[in-house]
Design a binder for this molecule. Sequence first.
Ligand SMILES: [Zn+2]
Length: 309
Amino acid sequence: MRRSRSAPGRAAGALIILALAVAAVGAGDDAPAAPQPPDLARVDDTAHVRTTDHFVVRGHNGPLVDLLASSAERTLARLGRRRLAAPAAAAPIEIIIHPTREAYGAAVGADLAGAEAHVAIRRADDGTLERTIHLVQRTDEGRFDDRLLGRILPHEIAHAVLEARFVKASAPLYLQEALAVAAEAGEHRTAILLAGLAVAEGRDLPLEDLVRRDEVEAEQAALFYAQSYSLVTYLRRQLTERQFKRFLDELAGGQPTFDALRRALRVGHDASFAARLQQAWRDDAVRQAALVAATEPAGRAASQPAQGG
Ligand SMILES: [Zn+2]
């Protein structure tokens, strides 16, 4: 639910920490329904390490370390095919699986102990990105957290990958979270429904507010994530692939969202641009939610919980 930086700006060595709120957008209604082998909750005394082309995975359960390593490589390949990924960075991404929330809290410090997972990003003096993803293996009930492979891992990898693309300016928070949510497995029904419902009920976050935020309170996190996902997927459908890439490039170059969008679309300054965009996007959010609801069995859509408070 939080995103914090321990040092401002992009100075070399600045430690950038992106806290996550995967659970904010829904508790796994769209997660893969694979049964969990029971031993993934086990914790050995041994520290297991598995190194792949792009990752170094550490944890206290050998099969889980192997599973995460191969899953991480597949996720990276999938993000690369979507052309959102930066070129493979020289430094491998480190993934640390903490056995419990307590162990996670003790390792990452009080500031992040409330998050479920996060990626810590450090830019070394020579410009190399050092990225470490911190995950928690077990739920508070001592079971394996079955959101880890389908949701939390791809979400954090998307953050780590996007960060490598934004060197000059930081990616806006809505973009980071939208692309991280998009990387998660499943159809994202909860996010689409939540965004559409908020618009229909007139309690959506205004566009200008959404695109300028660099922090979100816990109670607004679910809505922020859902609307961010809604906005970015709307833009991806409206823009050609080339225009969307240009949009990302303009953002990476430090342009604010509306200017980046106008440049990508090659339209001049227009005082009503943001208002018209907001109107079209809100209409689309309601339409998308109606489409999703229509493909649900009766009664189920209405009972979709809005997680995350
Ligand atoms: Zn996130």
